[in-house]
Design a protein around this ligand. Sequence first.
Ligand SMILES: *Cc1c(COP(=O)(O)O)cnc(C)c1O
Length: 478
Amino acid sequence: MSSTPDFNKVLYAPLAEVDPEVQNIIDKETWRQFSGLELIASENLTSRATMEANGSILTNKYSEGLPNARYYGGNEYVDELELLCQKRALQAFHLDPAKWGVNVQPYSGSTANFAALTALIQPQDRLMGLGLPDGGHLTHGYYTAKKKMTASSIYFQSLPYGLDPETQLIDYKGVASLAKIYKPRLIICGASAYPRDWDYKALRETADEHGAFLMADIAHTSGLVAAGELADPFQYCDVVTTTTHKTLRGPRAGLIFFRKDSDKAKDLEKRVNDAVFPACQGGPHNNTIAGIATALLQACQPTWKAYAKQVIANATTLGQELVARGYKLQTSGTDNHLVLWDLRPLGLTGSKLEKLCDLVGITINKNAVSGDASAQVPGGIRLGTAALTSRDMREADMKVVADFLHRAVQLATVLQKEAGSKLLKDFVRVATTPEEGKVGAQQVADLRREVRGFARRWPLPGVDVSKLQRPAGIEEDE
Ligand SMILES: *Cc1c(COP(=O)(O)O)cnc(C)c1O
């Protein structure tokens, strides 16, 4: 064997050796994930197999185009991989390959959505999606009075639909009457913060009245849809998009499913594939596609349904436990993996509870709740159970989590008083700096210790936690 020149020696050294700084950051993040409770509804903990595929040599290969129609050579195995991934995607969602196809190349959920819009409608065409403050996603046409915030409102006209203020459920009648006036070319359903299931049939009827396409973006719920635990959007939609890293528990990416027999267009397959490449993307990330394939294989197993059921049971229990402690949830409960917790009756903002929970190792996010006075001050919190369920937690454990959250709320009220102002920075100061005559900081430290002790009793997918050690750069009180 020839001797490796100096400029190439680096290619063989492990990360820890060649770049201890990045290695240390990864170690700290691993420690954080092990030591905390992950309740962000859009997150999950992917498998060791997915991470292996995602970190593989497949990252080296360019493969613009589709299997057996590439712009580069050397794609015989990449073709095999992408076809396998497509097959598993259809299988995971119980789709007949004669009726549905899928593009597995989107880099992420947002790019999948923009490619789908590019495929379905023309620039400046009208679309309707659930408004962002009502739980919709940015990519469904969001804009403010001052600014077109996303490509979906920059390149298309959009009109948001919303929730029925009484029930906080999608106002399907409202969608129908808005559509009569607006005459959209596309209706988008699906959400990022909606705890209930969808009536796809009602939206199909509205879409049909105007000859519009119906697209479901099931980014959040796709794992539960694949398990058959939620209504089936494929029955009524022309196109279905999803991320692969939320309840589906894969790597970060997106998928676009298209009907081959849509009454609206016979050529959706070509339109979607052309929109992904070359219209919106370049070369596919083959390492990611391998990770998707591996995650989809898991979603095709009989055990997947049990996981999805547990995710929902955990969300239901978490919601019930909060209600039992006197708290208010949007729609009073959930059908899926998430609950929306309305903090307004407590005189507490989402930002403050999010901040405090961060300080004690519970990761959550502030979220608008229906009827918020200001979009800048979200009055609620969104909680999801997909990640904790991936750490083996069940209903009884959700009671412990609900108790931690209950204590966090009580503590936030104490801190708010001790802060002496409504400012977040004063709130953080009293939470982190012990002061004479104030109890807040000590109580924060106590709760953090308890949360940590509880979180570290659980495994962390892909990591041998028995070998984990606290990395340099993380200080811990006893
Ligand atoms: C998360 C999400 C997306 C965007 O996914 P990214 O991978 O972050 O680009 C799109 N749509 C919905 C409904 C989502 O919840």
